[in-house]
Design a binder for this molecule. Sequence first.
Ligand SMILES: *[C@@H]1O[C@H](CO)[C@@H](O)[C@H](O)[C@H]1NC(C)=O
Length: 77
Amino acid sequence: MSSSVSIFYTIFMLLSLALLLIFTCEVKAKICDSPSRTWSGPCIRDSVCNTTCIDAEYSNYGACGGYGFDCICFFKC
Ligand SMILES: *[C@@H]1O[C@H](CO)[C@@H](O)[C@H](O)[C@H]1NC(C)=O
């Protein structure tokens, strides 16, 4: 009886660990940003940068930001 309880407890601990790992991975798989390689000039309009990132760099979306007026593309990573 007590051994079946400890097996149940072990399985429960392993499941908790697995869940923890899954959540950790999901947190890691968030959006990464990188300055656009194809962008030149100041980034004034988010929509233009967004379109450039999506069309030219297969990015999820883009927005103005970073240092100065860079166009930053956002990727899933
Ligand atoms: C970027 O452009 C796409 C496609 O036009 C649009 O669906 C998306 O909402 C835009 N995202 C931002 C942050 O402007």
